[in-house]
Every structure is written in C-alpha cells, then in structure tokens.
Design a protein around this ligand. Structure first.
Ligand code: NAP
Ligand code: ZN
Ligand code: ZN
Length: 350
C-alpha cells in the first residue's frame, strides 16, 4: 500500500484536517496518478456535512481531479507514464448492466463506485477522493485532458463541466435555443459558457443581483435578478430549456412558469426537497427532469469539446490549508466561480 497525505473530515460537524490514507499499488489494469489540482464542488460540502444523509466517515472529498500518470499496471493499454489525465465523480461500475453497456456508467444499476464517499465494486473498500496527492484508478475510468487546456481551469470540467454539458446535449440545445441557467456558481458559470458554445441565447437567473456584469462578461446575453418578484411575470413563457444548478431550496413552480410550451427544466442542483405543483407542468405540457453527471465516453467528448471551443472554468486556486474557509465562501455564493486546490501544497506533508 502507498501511504498518501490527504485532507479528511472525521464527522459531519468536523472541519477538514490533515489525514493519511493508503492507496493501492497499481494492479494490472490500474494507473497511479499524481494529483496536481482538484476542484471544490458544492457536492463535496453537501457530503462532508452529511446534508444528503448516509455519508461515510472519515471522508476525503474531491471529484474534479487532474494529474499526471506516475505509474501503470503491466496490462494497461490506454495510458503512459507522464500523460495528463482526469478523474471525475466515479472510479468504477459493474460494467455489465444495461446502463454500463450503454456508456452511462453514472446510472449503473448495481451502483457506480463514487470517487469518494463510496465503496469499490467489492462493496467494502472505501474510496477516497482528490484532496490527496495521488490516486490509483482503473484505466477505463480515467480520461485524457486535451493539450492546451490550463490544468487548474480544466479540473472543474470533470464534474461541473460534464454535469452541465450532458443535459444541454441530451435535451437538444443548439443554435438559437433559448436557455436559462439558474444559479451562477461552479456549475452555472460553466453551463453558460457551454450553452453559448452550442450557439444558444443564454440568460442567467440569479439570486445575487451583484453578479449581473460578471454574467454578461462570461458571455450571457441577459441577466434576471430573481429576488424581484416581477421577474417571474415579466419573463413567463420565455425559455426552451432551464438548467437549474441551485444548491439551496427554492420554488421550482415559479421557474417552471418561465418555460415555453413543451419546454424542459432540468434539475442538476440537489438541495433539500421542495413542493411541486402539477399546474405549471400541465398548462404548457412542460417537462421537469434531472440529470446526473455523465458517462466516461461523454466525459471525454465534453473535454474535447471544451478544448475545441476554449471553454474552461474561472477559478481561484488555493492551498489546501484554506479549504475550510473556501467551503464557507462557497456556501455564501462568494466564489467566482470555483475553488481549485493546488495539491503541491500538500506534497511531503505525510
Ligand atoms: P455553487 O458553486 O455553490 O453554486 C450554486 C449557486 O446556487 C450559487 O452560486 C447561487 O447562484 C445559487 N444559490 C445558492 N444559494 C441560493 C439560495 N439560497 N437561493 C437561490 N439560489 C441560491 O454550487 P455548484 O458546485 O455549482 O453545485 C450546485 C448544485 O449542483 C449542488 O447542489 C451540487 O450538489 C449539485 N451537483 C449536482 C450534480 C449532478 O450530477 N446532478 C453534479 C455536481 C453538483 P446565484 O448567486 O447566481 O443565485
Ligand atoms: Zn461535483
Ligand atoms: Zn453497471
């Protein structure tokens, strides 16, 4: 086993603190990755604070991992030492069910192995995420970071990128689509850039009026402050697709009314439950759906799309000892738009 420095939470109420984990020596199909950067997703906070229930402690969060291949197993075909690679939200799945065979491993019927707060496919070995200096992963659950993408700005694509790209593609966003992105955070700001790259007209719906100019600078065509109750009447029936990235409870019914006939609202934010009325769905035959990250094939497709279109995240790079402060700032919607940990700040700190 490989002793590896990490940061972990011991319980839902505990702060992140230095911790040592064991990584497995690479098996025949594994690669050992030296982690360079890891993004800080709001899901890390939800899980570290056990806001979804069932968290497994001690927990080493982090599922927006970019690094370099440091060692490969003897049968590895896809990777060589020195390759720049990424690991997203899961590190394995059953590989046999219908979802896995369709390349949608995130919907694995037997349960994917989450990158952290989960178990390997043996059902008992806990997984630990990217707030650490290295990780051992099966070669089939690793993706290539295309050359030209700045690595610290590419890291958030491994979750924020795929989580917004997948529904934008699946629900047919194309040139001329009228798209609204709700919540201009880590997911939302990448969603704006991706929707623009797909040719959509993009409006940001935000509860932070101060984000107007930043939204327009990111490429949004319009900005609506949702704190103004008039906004929901003024913009009723306007959008083909609403991508809802909000991490806190809010009124889905009000947003549904902003859709056109046959419009679709996709939930990717995962707050606490909120009431839903049938009427907004019925009166314009609107659809409400959700979407979970994306499969490995689509993850690679998204990274290549981002390289072709120059899409990367806007980030604030931090050393790992600033992580607790960073969590509080994410909850206050203060980060523009993603914290990314520079793991050089953890090297040698076993
Ligand atoms: P984030 O950076 O914190 O962004 C969330 C945004 O929601 C904030 O920037 C803010 O935007 C808005 N918001 C926050 N509190 C609000 C409130 N009280 N009322 C209204 N709006 C509020 O989080 P993130 O990393 O983008 O993640 C967003 C959500 O997606 C989280 O729930 C996360 O767990 C979930 N997620 C889901 C998937 C998936 O596969 N479905 C993957 C990753 C993450 P404004 O200031 O512009 O209003
Ligand atoms: Zn995430
Ligand atoms: Zn499966």
């Amino acid at each position: 086993m490989l002793k590896t420095p990490a940061y972990a939470v011991a319980s839902a109420k505990a702060p992140l603190a230095p911790y040592t984990i064991e990584r497995r020596e690479p098996g025949p199909h594994d690669v050992l990755i030296e982690i360079l950067y890891c993004g800080v997703c709001h899901s890390d906070i939800h899980q570290a604070r056990d806001e979804w229930g069932g968290s497994i402690f001690p927990m080493v969060p982090g599922h927006e991992i970019v690094g370099r291949v440091a060692q490969i197993g003897r049968e590895v075909q896809k990777w060589q030492v020195g390759d720049t690679v990424g690991v997203g939200c899961f590190v394995d799945s059953c590989r046999q069910c219908e979802a896995c065979r369709a390349g949608e491993e995130q919907y694995c019927e037997r349960g994917m192995s989450l990158t952290y707060n989960g178990y390997e496919q043996d059902g008992k070995t806990p997984t630990y995420g990217g707030y650490s200096t290295r990780i051992t992963v099966d070669e089939n659950y690793v993706v290539r970071i295309p050359p030209g993408l700045p690595l610290e700005r590419a890291a958030p694509l491994l979750c924020a990128g795929i989580t917004t790209y997948s529904p934008l593609r699946r629900f047919g966003v194309t040139a001329g689509s009228r798209v609204a992105v709700v919540g201009l955070g880590g997911l939302g700001h990448v969603g704006v850039k991706l929707a623009k790259a797909l040719g959509a007209t993009v409006t940001v719906l935000s509860h932070s009026p101060g984000k107007r100019s930043a939204a327009l600078e990111l490429g949004a065509d319009d900005f609506v402050a949702t704190g103004d109750p008039e906004a929901f009447t003024a913009h009723a029936g306007r959008f083909d697709l609403i991508l809802d990235t909000v991490s806190a409870q809010h009124d889905y019914n009000a947003y549904l009314n902003l859709l056109r006939r046959d419009g679709t609202m996709v939930l990717v934010g995962m707050p606490e439950p909120a009431p839903l009325s049938a009427a907004p769905l019925i009166v314009r035959r609107r659809r409400l759906t959700g979407s979970l990250i994306g499969g490995i094939r689509e993850l690679q497709e998204m990274l290549d799309f981002c390289a072709d279109h120059g899409v990367v995240a806007d980030v604030e790079v931090i050393p790992i000892d600033k992580i607790n402060e960073a969590y509080d700032r994410v909850v206050r919607s203060e980060v523009r738009y993603r914290f990314v940990i520079d793991l050089a700040s953890l090297s040698g700190a076993v």
